[in-house]
Design a protein around this ligand. Structure first.
Ligand code: CO
Length: 621
């Protein structure tokens, strides 16, 4: 076994070895399953970390779950504890189990027959869905809900023909139906949702991306260097893509960056949808559902792929051969000026793109990190795939759902991502300042009325740092180094620049508000603690809420000159449209981290003009 770097993703050998250690120590039985297998990252300052794996083990016979940490070096279990409140993520086999339990249910079959759909049972798709948490006494354990969709055959798109108002509540441990809700009859939308067999247009000429001398990045294992940037690329089953130890010009910017949670709450009151609030990382695992990416399709140009290994339901390694794609992209112009005498200087922008895509049921999420030549870091989340829809008579005026195809109504919903940014601007000691552009009233300070200024508000504690974005004030959050100043004597800094997006729309009294409190603010900040990784807590599945960011930040810890972690919430609020059907064009959201006095001047003056004959530079005039 080759020795991986402490921040490297788990290897197939390590997953196999870790499972063998569990077996040797008698931790596994015939009914043990592996909802989540994650690398244990070394704590900061741990010079000789031991490679460890955290296994969430579920006994499907009893519903009991434990978190067991294995040391690969010592070949032993180093800790084992009960999972406590909330359920581990779903197993893939539980999706099949939920479907077979549904189809065997006499109540479900009776409902299908009553609706005249008996002949559609064979190909019906039973979508397994996290039920949220409502404290019902008959829904205390490991539960899931199943909604029914008709298909013409097994290859048919499963999302086009919802059977409205038919909800099956399932206890996965006891492998039984808790109850079937069958609310009224609405015609099943007839139009198919196929999109892969449309005859292709022939008008597009090829675009070839060629880099005859190869890419400008260097890769050594999982370490990447590119144009002043250096970082390590990571991946785990829960978050998917992670970035580590990001530096620019040999100065630290981020210790770690990832999207550890997201929530997709639905705004519909219908019995089949009011409870929907998927936590795609915590309930379903973004990394375990990572795509194997394809050259010329997902990625274009000279690509470096990183493989990743996740554990299957039985703890055995599964390779995602091209889990992470890395390539360079031309990005228009970086800077330009035409001088008074007509001479122009222009330089092209380029970015390093590191991306992964996860498919969770009907939706597909791309996470694209961009590093730019001017020191900017950006994350773009791409939501695509198929919108989730129910049925109503065509033409119905529905306050919470929009008709996107005849009789097919897609409810309003949000995709709220939470990025965890363990910042390290020129060292670990950083502080946080909110910067607003501010109007100045007419008077002595503003005699002509034209003047405006900016206001800096230090966010000194966790409660002060629970913030909303404010585009009308061009609000940004500045992370300042306590250890370094620039040539103007100011602390070196980066700014977190949000893009306009809504926070959680659900009411404070709702259960989703309790469970996804992280999504009620655009910004949270905490002092780094190794165990504080998931903004909705370790186990959001069937969890009553309150865990994660709201619990940690209630302590109101000090944030000045400390090892800061920022948590930034962003993402689209989606009122679906006809153009989103039958497959949705990408909806983009994200943010940027921009150097603000981190550098003494534009760091990209030395870019070559690009064109072979230098005609982008001044002297061709
Ligand atoms: Co959407």
């Amino acid at each position: 076994m080759t020795r991986p770097h402490p921040l490297d993703p788990l290897t197939a050998d390590e997953l196999t070895a870790g499972r063998a250690i569990l077996a040797d120590e008698g931790q596994l039985t015939a009914t043990t399953r592996f909802p989540a297998v994650l690398p244990v990252e070394p704590d900061k300052g741990d010079a000789a970390p031991d490679r460890r794996v955290q296994y969430t083990l579920l006994d499907t016979a009893t519903g009991q779950a434990r978190d067991v940490v294995v040391s690969l070096a010592k070949r032993e279990v180093v800790s084992s504890e009960d999972c406590g409140e909330g359920q581990p993520a779903y197993l893939f086999e539980e999706y099949d189990l939920a479907a077979s339990i549904t189809k065997a249910s006499p109540d479900w079959r009776a409902a299908m027959e009553r609706r005249g759909l008996a002949d559609r049972i064979e190909h019906a798709f039973c979508a397994p869905l996290a039920p949220g948490f409502f404290g019902r006494p008959d829904e205390t354990g490991r539960v899931i809900r199943s909604l029914t969709f008709l298909r013409d055959d097994e290859s048919d798109s499963p999302w086009a023909h919802p059977v409205e108002g038919l909800i099956v509540h399932i206890d996965l441990t006891e492998q039984r139906v808790i109850r079937v809700e069958d609310e009224g009859d609405v015609p099943v939308p007839p139009e198919h949702g196929r999109y892969g067999d449309v005859p292709a247009r022939t008008t597009l000429k090829p675009i070839e991306i060629t880099q005859p001398e190869g890419p400008s990045f260097l890769v050594d294992g999982n370490e990447v260097t590119w144009e002043g940037w250096k970082l390590r690329v990571g991946f785990n089953a829960r978050e998917g893509l992670t970035l580590h130890q990001i530096s620019f010009q040999d100065r630290s910017v981020l210790h770690r960056a990832s999207v550890p949670e997201m929530v997709v709450p639905y705004g519909d009151t219908a019995p089949g949808r009011f409870w929907i609030s998927y936590f795609d990382a915590g309930e379903y695992l973004l990394g375990k559902n990572g795509n194997d990416l394809r050259l010329g399709c997902d990625c274009l140009g000279v690509i470096h792929y990183f493989p990743a290994y996740v554990a299957d339901d039985h703890g055995h390694p599964v390779e995602i051969p091209r889990a992470i794609c890395m390539h360079e992209e031309d990005y228009g112009i970086l800077w330009k000026h035409t001088d008074l005498d007509g001479r122009a200087e222009v330089r092209r922008s380029r970015r390093l793109v590191i991306s992964s895509i996860s498919t969770i049921g009907n939706y597909d999420y791309g996470f694209f990190w961009y590093l730019y030549l001017d020191g900017t870091v950006e994350l773009e989340a791409k939501a695509t795939g198929i919108v989730f829809a129910g049925a109503a008579p065509s033409g119905t005026e529905h306050p919470h759902a929009n008709e996107i195809a005849p009789g097919l109504f897609a409810p309003v919903h949000q995709h709220l991502f939470c990025a965890r940014l363990d910042v390290a601007i020129d060292g670990e000691r950083n502080s946080l300042v909110e910067v607003d552009v501010e109007r100045v009233p007419m008077g002595e300070r503003n005699p002509y009325g034209n003047a405006f200024t900016w206001k800096e508000t230090p966010l000194r504690t966790e409660l002060e740092a629970r913030r909303h974005a404010d585009p009308a004030k061009a609000r940004v959050w500045e992370i300042r180094s306590a250890e370094r100043t620039n040539r103007l004597g100011r602390p070196t800094a980066y700014q977190l620049v949000p893009r306009p997006s809504a926070t959680l729309m659900a009411q404070p009294e709702s259960t989703v508000h309790q469970r996804a409190t992280f999504a009620t603010r655009h910004l949270w900040a905490t002092p780094y603690r190794a165990g504080e990784r998931y903004p909705a807590g370790e186990r959001p599945n069937a969890h009553p809420g309150g865990a994660g960011l709201p619990a940690w930040t209630a302590a109101d810890r000090d944030l000045t000159d400390t090892d800061l972690v920022l948590w930034h919430v962003f993402g689209p609020t989606h009122i679906p449209r006809p153009e989103d059907w039958p497959v949705m064009p990408v909806d983009y959201s994200g943010f940027s981290l921009r150097p603000y006095g981190f550098l003494d001047r534009n760091p990209a003056l030395d870019l070559p003009s690009g064109a072979a004959d230098d005609h982008c530079s001044a002297h061709d005039h």
